[in-house]
Design a protein around this ligand. Sequence first.
Ligand code: ATP
Ligand code: MG
Length: 421
Amino acid sequence: MLTKRPRGTNDFLPEDTVKWQYVENMLRELCRQFGYEELRTPIFEETELFLRGVGDTTDIVQKEMYTFEDAGGRSVTLRPENTASAVRAYVENKMFAGAQPTKLFYIGPMFRYERPQAGRFRQFHQFGIECFGASSPAADAEIIVLAWEFYRRLGLRNLELNVNSVGCPECRPVYRKALQDFLRPNLDKLCGTCQERFEKNPLRILDCKNPECQHHLVGAPTTIDALCDDCREHFNAVLRHLDAVGIPYKINEKLVRGLDYYTNTAFEILLSDIGAQSAVCGGGRYNRLVEEIGGKPTPGVGFALGMERVFNALQAQGIELPIKPKIDVFVAALGAEASDVAFRLVTEMRRLGLAAEHDMMGRSLKAQFKYADKFNAAYTLVVGGDELSRGTVQLRDMKGSEQQEIPLDKAAEILAAKFAL
Ligand code: ATP
Ligand code: MG
């Protein structure tokens, strides 16, 4: 073989893609119900967009971007996430000029140069939504409800929603200083990364996984204690909306997104069954991001969820998706004349909307039945022999194993009626 697929990427074979299509269709329908419309942006963007839109102190920008120079000497980057692109598209296409809010969803591949491991890939897929223009807490709650409803429809259990508020440009600097003052006496005992974060991005120290850092955070002031009145009211209103529709949550004061353009709500959905990579969805409010990317000040709120982790979780919880059988009707043919009739018959049935299949490998009738069994088709039509000379075919109901002679020229219609087409 010439070469293998790049490390950290996947081939999705038909037995996988049927599941992906099922889940994607479910997401599209969910978005329709919640009023989110699809946005498709390029897979690559000018590197500058992600430096600004993701933030140059983040792991993504510092370590994980697929950046290269194209033949024209421009620095471009394969998108590591889609929010920055969505904001760019919102501004560039003047979507702010229409009735607000602008409610968008996206689904597609993202690229991060990470160490591949279970649930962590270099090309992976995200579904996400962004709601631009609404600062109301109802918008924060709506996107959380959408994410929650998605996992609920899939039948996933043991979900945990964590929420927090990181405040606004009024109250966050006060909190930031309080946290720095609290940590300063032990600064030299924090891990190297946290020491680096101390000046630029101290809030991220809160979610450091290092036990030593966590030890020095015991008793630290919380973001919630520091919220200004408006931010506190916003946070309480988001929680009230979640209460009103029966969505349980845990307030997690260590859940932060450190960058300046994140404001108010931060949330994450965790799943306990899928090992170390337990975060399946993350999002929050970013009232300053549109401005950061060159638009007018515009509130925004959104989330992204990892598709691969959805499938991991489904597998871990033994959930089978109700995938339709691959074919509805198999047409078995005995002899060359019958094969020609079978070809016409499957075409007629396909035109009526059935999934119909026949043999193209010259199999014996017995082998055709065996092949048909594999597909789990509800019905088989048998063409050939005396029936063919009588202008009829045998219809077998594969579940009831009943057999019936039906007119050849009505066969397609009769089958279509059985599937209510
Ligand atoms: P993590 O802490 O797991 O690295 P993250 O904070 O980088 O996650 P986000 O950038 O918020 O994740 O992306 C949202 C979701 O995308 C994650 O919750 C996860 O489900 C998924 N995701 C992120 N990186 C990967 C990856 N390399 N492979 C597969 N899924 C991923
Ligand atoms: Mg990551």
